[in-house]
Design a protein around this ligand. Structure first.
Ligand code: F6P
Length: 357
């Protein structure tokens, strides 16, 4: 048996842990692993790939990024905007299939987020032996309660907030931190709670600038001279507008800029000196946390297990501390968003966090 693995979409900490898990588990079954470079693009003839043995993955567990490279653009990009789904042209699929057949790949493990797994599902429907592995710092995939990469991104946010806290106190300022997550507020919510933010603005909870300003003024009246505000990049302005970066590269719309808007309005409404920091891709880079390493390895091993059972069209999933599997279709039907009525949001409110609503 020979299996293939590829990563696609944005990179995230823990991708190399999955590769380590897959290659190790495959080798222990006497199987060969081929890694395709730069996502599905590596399948296009003549094929851009490398054979991977456990020796090749020695030491990669702790590395950020991916040794195989990845892309969220190109011939196989499946999502183009909020809710839009573009299908991959048949001609591209047919060309890629030739490489798969020539190399006699018995299972193709696709490590990706909702866009890449949507493509993976399209290929499965055409009879490809696909197994999905959920990957995204955004943690927005349905049918798994956690994706690897999320914990690392959250820990970067918390580190950022800890640093902002000390400078905020010195200068008696309001510090705004814009974080990633696309249309889901998970990174902002978890990072905000763990980093002791005073205001958290999410795509899922509409806010007004007046509410945010009133909360900050109330804190000041209570004797707190500084405050921390976390804004998810996908949080919409009270007028319903997303802040986007105007750049058309044929992929998904790029989010960014809401943090500056929020900081500007806070300064206007409170008279407090306010600064904005955008964490950006720092959240995606660097070494994975121990949790993401463990998840990555377990996801990789489970993917090989599914391949050995011929259980194609499935995605590895994580629920209640157990790694199992679900149909890929279930995972890509809709995004997993923060439920405003959930216990985590209530816990944040209980310790004085305002969501600006
Ligand atoms: O989906 C992961 C993610 O990091 C989002 O949180 C962010 O909006 C986007 O990718 C950034 O993409 P790019 O790397 O293309 O700028």
């Amino acid at each position: 048996m020979r299996i293939g693995i590829l990563n696609c979409g944005g990179d995230c900490p823990g991708l190399n842990a999955v590769i380590h898990g897959v290659v190790g588990a495959a080798a222990s079954k006497g199987w060969e692993t081929i890694g395709f470079r730069d996502g599905f693009e590596g399948l296009l003839p003549p094929g851009d790939f490398t054979f991977l043995t456990p020796k090749d993955t020695e030491g990669i567990l702790k590395q950020g990024g991916t040794i195989l490279g990845t892309t969220n653009k190109g011939n196989f990009a499946a999502k183009v905007g909020e809710g839009d789904v573009a299908r991959v042209p048949q001609e591209i699929i047919d060309r890629a299939k030739k490489t798969l057949d020539q190399l006699e790949i018995g299972a193709l493990l696709v490590v990706g987020g909702d866009g890449s797994l949507t493509t993976a599902h399209q290929l499965f429907e055409q009879g490809w032996p696909i197994i999905g592995v959920p990957k995204t710092i955004d943690n927005d995939l349905k049918a798994t309660s956690m994706t690897f990469g999320f914990d690392s991104a959250v820990s970067t946010v918390v580190d950022g907030l800890d640093r902002l806290h000390t400078t905020a106190q010195s200068h008696k300022r309001v510090m705004v931190l814009e974080v990633m997550g696309r249309h889901a507020g998970w990174i902002a919510l978890w990072g905000g709670i763990a980093g002791a933010a005073n205001v958290i603005l999410l795509p899922e909870i509409p806010f007004t600038y007046e509410n945010v300003a009133n909360h900050l003024k109330m804190r000041e009246a209570q004797g707190y001279s500084s405050s921390l505000v976390v804004v998810a990049e996908g949080a919409k302005d009270p007028d319903g507008n997303l802040a986007t970066i105007d750049e058309n590269l044929g992929g998904e719309v790029r989010l960014g800029g809401i943090g500056e808007r929020v900081a500007h309005r806070i300064a206007e409404l409170t008279g407090k000196e306010t600064r904005c920091t955008t964490l950006g891709h720092i959240q995606r880079g660097g070494a994975p946390t121990p949790l993401d390493r463990i998840l990555g390895v377990r996801f990789g091993v489970m993917a090989v297990q599914l391949a050995s059972e011929g259980d194609f069209g499935k995605m590895v999933s994580y629920h209640s501390y157990h790694v199992g599997s679900v149909p890929i279709k279930e995972a890509v039907e809709e995004l997993r968003l923060v439920d405003p009525d959930t216990e985590v949001v209530a816990a944040a409110r209980a310790v004085g966090v305002s969501f600006g609503d």
